[in-house]
Design a protein around this ligand. Structure first.
Ligand SMILES: *Cc1c(COP(=O)(O)O)cnc(C)c1O
Length: 345
């Protein structure tokens, strides 16, 4: 093995979908934007469809095209960015359902693709995407007359269960949609965990499927093994890596492994107290993370391993994210193109 190996457990992905689905009495869709949070939307989509997912969400029409090609005609694919200029052909040819975000998008859709399925995205307070209260009041009757398949909104603070924003957005969403006979959706992963009030007719988890916070019960989906390129002994007082940030305090054995910040292993995580694992032991990362290389103190191992594990059940994407001052979503979507990817399940 000369390149680092990223293993993606599609069985764990399917298990996470089923266990999130079991938390609600409504339909559970799956969000596979950004190429399935970096893990391959086509493979993820097929595994999730086999597990029972019937509806998928992507960010842009082009992502919907790639997903449609991978999963075939049998499932629904919705597009969060709605109906953008020039999207009509893709939406039509690949049977994609735009979530219309504005009056402009609505008019464009009705003119370009009359009769083509659509949903409505409402802004319940996040101020990112969707029609606001006044806009919705002005066009709701027209929109509802054309038979939207879904009305949705998105929560800004669902990963903080006690945040007052959650109840505020729930109230706003209800005021905008109560009494309307169209399926409704408010919850992503965090919203599912907030409880039944947030579930409505369809939930749209993303990160929880891929093993990330806030879904603490998630099974880890990714594991990452870094092959050892070289091993050296260093004496007390010797330094390792750029800028001499680590100095050996004892005679130490240092392994240099093949991956770095160009592979999404963010440089900042080097000083965050993370480890690489072999023989069931945590070996500290020492010195700076380089572009293609990381140095690890393996002094306490019995033998020189062929590789060390950086992502596993003990050290998840969220542990790396904390060490780097970011979130698991960013770690996943940054995982680079140089890994040998293996799909299990
Ligand atoms: C990304 C996204 C989701 C999925 O969110 P997770 O936190 O990953 O579960 C759902 N809905 C919208 C509108 C999104 O942008």
């Amino acid at each position: 093995m000369s390149t680092a190996k990223l293993t993606i457990d599609l069985d764990a992905l399917a298990t996470n979908w089923r266990s999130l689905d079991a938390k609600t009495n409504c339909e559970t869709a799956a969000v596979v934007k950004a190429n399935g949070y970096g893990l391959d939307a086509g493979r993820a989509g097929k595994a999730l469809a086999n597990a029972g997912a019937r509806n998928f969400f992507v960010a842009a029409a082009e992502e919907g095209v790639a997903l449609r090609r991978a999963v075939g005609p049998g499932v629904g694919i919705s597009v969060f960015s709605g109906h953008m200029e020039e999207d009509a052909r893709l939406l039509r040819d690949f049977n994609l359902t735009p979530m219309l975000n504005s009056v402009d998008q609505m008019l464009r859709h009705f003119e370009a693709l009359p009769g083509h399925a659509f949903g409505i995205q409402l802004d319940s307070g996040m101020n990112r995407l969707g029609m606001e209260r006044g806009e919705w009041a002005a066009v709701a009757e027209i929109a509802l007359g054309q038979g939207p398949v879904l009305i949705m909104s998105h929560l800004a603070c669902a990963d903080e269960p006690d945040h007052e924003m959650n109840a505020r957005q729930l109230r706003e969403f209800r005021e905008l949609t109560d009494g309307i006979e169209v399926p409704r959706s408010l919850a992503a992963t965090g919203g599912i965990l907030l409880g039944a009030d947030y579930h409505f007719d369809l939930c749209r988890p993303g990160i929880g499927l891929y093993g990330g916070a806030p879904y603490a019960e998630a099974m880890p989906v990714v594991s990452l093994d870094l092959p050892v390129i070289q091993v050296r002994e260093v004496m007390p007082g010797e330094t390792v890596g750029y800028s001499n940030t680590w100095t050996a305090a004892r005679p130490s054995r240092i392994a240099t492994v093949a991956a770095g910040y160009a592979d999404g292993l963010i440089r900042a995580m080097g000083s965050g107290g993370i480890a690489a694992f072999a023989e069931g032991k945590a070996c500290p990362i020492v010195g700076r993370v380089s572009m293609d290389l990381i140095t690890i103190d393996i002094t306490d191992l019995q033998a020189v391993p062929e590789s060390l594990s950086l992502l596993n059940a003990a050290q998840t994407v969220d542990v790396l994210a904390d060490a780097a001052g970011t979130i698991g979503y960013e770690i996943l979507t940054s995982l680079g193109h140089r890994y040998a990817r293996a799909y299990r399940g």
